[in-house]
Design a protein around this ligand. Structure first.
Ligand SMILES: *Cc1c(COP(=O)(O)O)cnc(C)c1O
Length: 345
């Protein structure tokens, strides 16, 4: 059963439950049994699965349209830029606010070789939606995480001996688990420092049921391609690869670039802007439209996107807000229903 069907089932059962409840209130026979049956059926639908569905048509006219064809197109652009590289599509934070499962289905259909997330829970949500593509998970230092990695066939990114030990204990007898190791080439957030890599590889060699299959690092400043720091990180990355080779590692996967590292996108301009006035309240904000001709009640207001040939993109809003585009899209909350167009859902 697809998750869409199961969610529909979930809703029907909830309806059925309500009817049964009404019947019980009226004192009809057998009503209690049907309540129990309906509740049992409802319990079968995992909440993660049910939460991924298209939100029913909203009553208020506020929504975020996610164009899955545009997402598929982005993958084609990445392919063109790096035709010989495999693509790991990063879907953390609910695919940066776009809705993880529909985005994942679209990218998998488009041929993405890997999916990447920050949390084990995110990976499990993908598996529960029926996605079988290899999933890389970085950030899993909590208890029980490695058992889940094994149960849901996930590939962890490790960078401490403790993590190797915990995973090694979780792997089933006779099996070997492939992992990727993160090297810190300058981001100073996570990873084995380059100078410690050789010693690290040696110290985890005793975990015979864990094999290092990939090496990764993360650029700190890829948003500014001309930044000298990128060159320094790339230099350290090459060193790390040499060290890995001299340690006898047989690496199938090497990954350095994130999106801005792989691309430099042209910026879209906007020319029709109205100014926000006063304080943004929960669901309301006030905009000064004094200078906009022909404004009437009920007009569509675009905060992010296109209207009549003008556009405001997340990068531009981020610039005003003094942040990066990722934070803008991720902060479009769950209360704003996503409407999907194109692609696969
Ligand atoms: C978020 C993240 C990525 C992807 O970065 P993008 O800029 O979204 O491409 C890659 N690697 C790690 C470790 C990350 O946390």
């Amino acid at each position: 059963m697809t998750s869409v069907q199961s969610a529909m089932l979930c809703e029907q059962m909830q309806d059925g439950e309500q009817e049964a409840l009404q019947a019980a209130q009226r004192g009809e026979e057998g009503a209690q049994t049907s309540i129990a049956n309906a509740q049992k059926a409802r319990a079968k639908v995992h909440p993660l699965e049910a939460s991924q569905q298209d939100v029913p048509a909203p009553i208020r006219r506020c929504f975020a349209t996610v164009n899955l064809d545009a997402i598929a197109d982005n993958l084609r652009v990445v392919r063109k830029v790096a035709p010989r590289a495999a693509v790991c599509a990063v879907l953390k934070a609910d695919a940066y606010g776009h809705g993880m499962v529909p985005v994942a289905r679209t990218l998998v259909a488009g041929g993405a070789e890997w999916l990447g997330v920050a949390l084990v829970e995110e990976a499990i949500e993908l598996r529960r939606a029926g996605i079988e593509t290899p999933i890389l998970v970085w950030g899993q230092t909590y208890e029980g995480a490695y058992e889940m990695m094994v149960d849901f066939d996930l590939t962890p990114v490790l960078c401490t001996v403790d993590q190797f030990e915990a995973l090694s204990a979780a792997v089933r007898p006779g099996a070997t688990w492939k992992v990727h190791v993160e090297v810190d080439t300058g981001m100073a957030r996570a990873g084995v420092p380059c100078r410690d890599l050789a010693a690290f590889v040696k110290s985890v060699a005793r975990f015979k049921n864990v094999s290092i299959d990939g090496l990764m690092t993360h650029p700190a400043n890829a948003d500014s391609p001309s930044d000298g720091f990128n060159r320094m990180q790339l230099h350290r990355w090459r060193e790390a690869l040499e060290i890995a080779t001299s340690c006898g590692l047989n690496l199938a996967w090497l990954h350095f670039a994130n999106s801005p590292g792989a691309l430099s996108l042209p910026k879209a301009g906007a020319n029709l802007k109205a100014r926000l006035v006063g304080t943004v309240c929960m669901d309301y904000c006030m905009v000064d439209v004094t200078h906009v001709a022909g404004v009437t009640r009920g007009d569509e207001v675009v905060l992010l996107g296109e209207q009549q040939g003008a556009s405001i993109d997340a990068a531009e809003v981020a610039e005003w807000a003094g942040t990066i585009s990722y934070e803008i899209v991720c902060n479009i909350g769950r209360r704003v229903p996503r409407r999907y167009v194109g692609g696969l859902r």
